[in-house]
Design a protein around this ligand. Sequence first.
Ligand SMILES: Nc1ncnc2c1ncn2[C@@H]1O[C@H](COP(=O)(O)OP(=O)(O)O)[C@@H](O)[C@H]1O
Ligand SMILES: [Mg+2]
Length: 269
Amino acid sequence: MSVLLEVKSLDIFTGARRLVSDLSFSISAGERFGLIGESGSGKSLTAMAVTGLLPRAIRAEGSITVNGQQIVNTPERVLNSMRGRDIAVVFQEPLTALDPLMKIGRQVAIPLARRLKREGASADRAAIRRGVLELLDHVALPQPERIMKAYPHEISGGQRQRVAIALALACRPKLLIADEPTTALDVTTQAEILKLLDRLVGEYNMALMFISHDLPVVASVVNRVAVMQQGRLVETGEVNDVFAAPAHEYTRSLVAAAHAFDAYFGEAL
Ligand SMILES: Nc1ncnc2c1ncn2[C@@H]1O[C@H](COP(=O)(O)OP(=O)(O)O)[C@@H](O)[C@H]1O
Ligand SMILES: [Mg+2]
């Protein structure tokens, strides 16, 4: 499999403070990769660095290539032309991806029209309407016609996350980054969104970088994991190996916590 994303010796700083240290990993086309770690371990900063969206006060050093194109210290103008084409992101809080004042149909139409034009496909009103309805249907939203005309505050949190996923899919990215996509949702909705992501990654043949503080959640959707602690990678491996025989002390504590949770709540969850 060809390498899609390659992160090499990545450091992330704010002023003199180092927030991420010497991070290296890669994701192949179509691969499902999980990034795990406690809150504050540097997962979101890593995702932002990969998309070239680090806040102004934060600086990256090292190398991040997407399809061979360098991201670190690349001018905004170049990054802009790449965005959405190779990588799309789904965040923890769907409202960060949605404009509260714009109907959902129009919001999905914007990245869809951009992609259709790029591909030289028809992007007239009828084609876009059809594409938007199809995307809303793909993310299993009920009554796509109604949702299309709704504003974000008129639908539930789980439905908003489905819309945010539809926005990402509209770009047909080669890599989907999902940064704690289910953390803000109740347990039932969480399971539904996980199942949806699992299905869509297969259907769209995307690679997935799934970020979570929750090892069992990650393990249910990815094949390979990397574990971060305090800005450093402490362990990487196949999910089953890491679960069965965690090498690092921190990973062992995550696995023990997951088993304790299972023992308490049973297999019902
Ligand atoms: N804009 C910022 N300015 C300064 N420090 C930040 C900023 N964003 C994140 N950090 C710090 O970087 C570390 C990693 O943050 P983050 O990547 O968001 O962690 P995670 O996503 O794993 O919870 C934390 O210590 C956090 O306080
Ligand atoms: Mg985070």
